[in-house]
Design a binder for this molecule. Structure first.
Ligand code: 2HA
Ligand code: ZN
Length: 272
């Protein structure tokens, strides 16, 4: 028996997480325990699950997040590998409930797997999404090779320099990552500074590049967050392929990009 038995809606969300974890590993974006996933599953949790007791007491979050009271999250486990999560999501992650004090959580299923080390920053993002009425329910952190490589070039780190360059590589990037790519200057992994800087960028961008580390993305579900990182990294691959062939890719003209924005009526702000 697992908590997913006879819970098709919850099962479908966790299936997506497992599928994406497999892609992250196959793409080489999730070495060892690299990357984190959290999904707000509150909408697909039933009353029996809500009545389940804590497996191992209460744990502090380290911050107070008022919008998360009574919310439920699937969280990848700390030190767990994406490639293992792909095969067995409930042994490499767990479902947590945010307690009434909004500053602690309980693990309720299936095993007392301690959530990701980046839990406070992920939960702060979820809190922000709920506060702003967003329908986004997933947060993904991963290490996409080409985007991280590009972040080692200082010239790329100015506001929207990479956004424009990546959009201009192939029209689909603009169509499927219409808010572009935010940038956070290097900060220590897991630090409050990194969490706060990410929160500031997420107000304007669905995908945020952490200099010399990885990306943090938000989306409707985990597949949506993954897709946005995937299209941006594909554009980075095209740019780097041109460079490897000995030329700097010309890129679409500003007019060609404006045309795509208008024809597809692309959003410039996050739709709810
Ligand atoms: O949790 O990638 O940045 C593993 C990480 C932290
Ligand atoms: Zn990381």
């Amino acid at each position: 028996m697992t908590i997913l038995d006879n819970r098709p809606l919850l099962g479908a969300e966790i299936d997506k997480v497992a599928e994406v974890a497999g892609y992250l590993w196959q793409k080489g974006w999730a070495e060892r325990n690299g990357g984190n996933i959290t999904v707000n599953v509150t909408d697909v949790v039933d009353d029996t699950l809500r009545a389940m007791p804590a497996l191992d007491g209460r744990h502090g979050i380290g911050m107070t997040l008022p919008k998360l009271q009574g919310c439920y999250f699937y969280c990848k486990g700390t030190q767990k590998r994406m490639r293992d999560l792909a095969r067995n999501p409930m042994a490499n992650g767990s479902i947590i409930r945010i307690c009434d004090d909004c500053s602690s959580y309980e693990i309720i299923a299936d095993e007392p797997v301690c959530p990701t080390s980046e839990l406070p920053s992920h939960l702060a993002l979820h809190n922000y999404l709920l506060e702003t009425g967003s329908r986004y329910r997933a947060v993904l952190h991963t290490h996409p090779i080409e985007l991280v490589a590009m972040s080692h070039n200082r010239d790329m780190l100015g506001k929207d320099v990479m956004t424009r360059l990546l959009w201009s590589m192939i029209p689909e990037t603009l169509a499927f990552a219409p808010l572009g790519l935010g940038v956070v200057p290097y900060e220590t992994p897991g630090s409050v500074e990194l969490a706060e800087a990410t929160l500031r960028q997420v107000k304007d961008y669905d995908v945020v590049l952490w200099e010399k580390h990885g990306v943090c993305a938000v989306g409707l579900d985990i597949m949506d967050a993954f897709d946005q990182v995937d299209v941006l990294n594909k554009a980075a691959c095209i740019y780097m392929s041109g460079k490897a062939m000995g030329f700097t890719p010309e890129g679409m003209t500003d007019k060609a990009m404006t045309d795509v924005q208008q024809i597809f009526n692309l959003p410039t702000k996050r739709p709810c």
